[in-house]
Design a protein around this ligand. Structure first.
Ligand SMILES: [Zn+2]
Length: 179
């Protein structure tokens, strides 16, 4: 089973820059990816749900893939794509979470032509622990697609999002089949 969620929700815009809201971009990415997934094997968040409500509703077992979508924010020159995994998965480069994160970062960097900022442990983020990465699923990855604060990142994303989301959907399906 693939559990996919658009970071933030209707009442929480997330990062805001250049007239864009993170929650609208994450919904767009999630919806495009879901179009390429098998609906029988996919569970997604509802846009009115808070992260806590969604996490309480889903019960991802060890055979599941959990995938949460965000956009990064920084100075105008910050650019690139990156993934977060939980600290145990970050220490184990052989873990499927680490491998899937690595594949997503590399694929996104290549398609968008932006830097690959690599894989980070959730305790390296501004939060000490990211809840959705610690629900007990077999594979859990949080993807920061690009910087909402970078006009080039957003331009590349807008031009290439169809092919990008198709490739990411293939990666999710491949890893789900491994669990
Ligand atoms: Zn976010």
């Amino acid at each position: 089973m693939i559990f996919i969620s658009a970071g933030h929700h209707n009442a929480d815009p997330g990062a805001v820059a250049n007239g864009l809201q993170e929650n609208n971009l994450t919904k767009d990415v999630r919806n495009l990816i879901v179009q390429n997934l098998d609906p029988q094997n996919t569970i997604q968040d509802k846009d009115f749900e808070t992260n806590t409500q969604y996490q309480r509703r889903i019960k991802p077992g060890s055979g599941s893939v959990v995938f949460d979508i965000h956009f990064n924010a920084g100075s105008g020159t910050a650019s690139g794509t990156e993934c977060y995994v939980n600290s145990a998965d970050a220490k184990n480069k052989g873990s499927l979470s680490y491998k899937m994160a690595d594949e997503i970062s590399k694929t996104a960097a290549k398609i968008l032509g932006i830097p690959n900022r690599g894989i980070k442990a959730d305790n390296q983020s501004q939060h000490s622990r990211i809840g959705i990465l610690n629900l007990g699923s077999g594979i859990s990855v949080l993807w920061e697609v690009a910087f909402i604060t970078s006009t080039n990142d957003i331009q590349q994303f807008n031009q290439k999002k169809a092919v990008l989301t198709k490739e990411v959907a293939s990666i999710l399906k491949k890893y789900d089949a491994l669990k």
